[in-house]
Design a protein around this ligand. Structure first.
Ligand code: DAH
Length: 355
């Protein structure tokens, strides 16, 4: 019995100086490990005379329960200390002065893409994307522009391989193909993105941005196209009336095709979009050519739709009075500071797009 008392007092002495989980683990091993002090007592049970064995065993079990309990209590205690220490390190000092306001600005092209996305999402369009590096098939062939078609020459394509099978997309129209191949109709998407052509002057950059639109369903007509564009132009330029005219044109992937002009005047050296006697061409559009639908395994006797494509950079120039396209891509901090937008002021239709 005195052995057990010694074990107990020894245990309490040791546990009181335990400071870490590791110490606690060694203490546990010292008493309950294979040759631990308590374990040895259990092993010695057989050597004790029968009349004393029962009493000794019961005391030993009690001791075991008591010490195990103490070990568990200590573990919880140590755990608490550990968490508190950690929390102390993560404390936020709310009395610290705030960080200076970030000076970065949103590029006008990003701003205009956000505005356009907001406008079209209001009428049920979702946003689709595709890669800048495209196949010749998606960029031309599937869009009803076969080899030797004159429209190919007009695109000043950057080919990435000598066999001309891989290229930098010359327009966002290949995303029409990607979307229609991957999903079932109906389709109602806009595609903002980068496009590339080997061309550079005040109004052309080798990399520029386009916005594609596609709406294919069972009863889509040209009047839906007109309604959609009328809504978009008014919302985008934040004007109540817009004079619009559709001029017959040609694109291989639409039939019929049209180019759209909007009316404008010049007031105090500034372009005012909407009314007036001058015309500005802003986009190409038309009804999706049945061959395009066939190429993506959509039945043109059941489905039809409209598509349109426009230059985003040009829209940004018009809306925000920027007159040289090349400045968009020069990363001049002074320019960005002047024409850029507040990063926290995300455009929405409710709040107004550019206020
Ligand atoms: N992809 C044409 C271009 O880059 C623009 C365009 C015209 C897109 C008519 C269309 C469309 O979807 O229907 O010149």
């Amino acid at each position: 019995m005195s052995d057990l008392n010694n074990i107990t007092s020894n245990f309490y002495k040791k546990i009181s100086s335990v400071k870490s989980k590791e110490d606690l683990q060694s203490l546990k091993t010292e008493f309950f490990g294979k040759s631990g002090e308590v374990t040895s007592q259990f092993k010695s049970l057989g050597t004790i005379s029968e009349d004393k064995r029962k009493e000794f065993a019961s005391s030993l079990n009690k001791l075991k329960d008591e010490l195990t309990n103490e070990l568990e209590k200590k573990f919880i205690e140590l755990e608490k200390i550990e968490i508190n220490e950690k929390l102390k390190g993560e404390k936020v000092d709310v009395t610290l002065p705030i960080r200076p306001y970030q000076k970065g600005k949103i590029h006008p092209v990003s701003q205009v893409i956000d505005e356009i996305s907001s406008i079209f999402s209001e009428i049920g369009f979702s946003i689709a994307e595709g890669p800048d590096v495209e196949t010749e098939y998606n960029n031309f062939t599937a869009l009803n522009t076969p080899d030797n078609h004159p429209a190919r020459d007009m695109h000043d394509t950057f080919y990435l391989e000598e066999n001309k099978k891989i290229l930098l997309r010359t327009h966002t129209s290949p995303v029409q193909i990607r979307t229609m191949l991957n999903e079932k109709p109906p389709y109602k998407i806009i595609v903002p993105g980068r496009t590339y052509r080997c061309d550079s002057d005040q109004t052309h950059a080798p990399m520029f941005h386009q916005l594609e639109g596609l709406h294919v369903d069972k009863d889509i007509t040209m009047s839906h196209l007109k309604g959609c564009l009328d809504y978009f132009i008014k919302e985008f330029f934040e004007v109540k009336n817009v004079k619009m005219r559709f001029r017959p044109s040609h694109f291989p992937f639409t039939e019929p095709s049209a180019e759209v002009d909007i009316g404008y005047t010049i007031e105090n050296d500034k372009i005012v979009i909407g009314e007036g006697d001058k015309w500005l061409e802003i986009l190409g559009c038309g009804m999706v050519h049945p061959n395009v639908l066939k190429n993506v395994k959509v039945d043109p006797t059941k489905y039809q739709g409209f598509a349109f494509g426009m230059g985003i950079d040009r829209l940004a120039m018009l809306k925000y009075g920027i007159n040289d396209l090349r400045a968009f891509f020069e990363s001049d901090y002074r320019w960005l500071n002047h024409f850029g937008f507040d990063p926290l002021d995300v455009p929405t239709n409710y709040k107004g797009l550019s206020k």
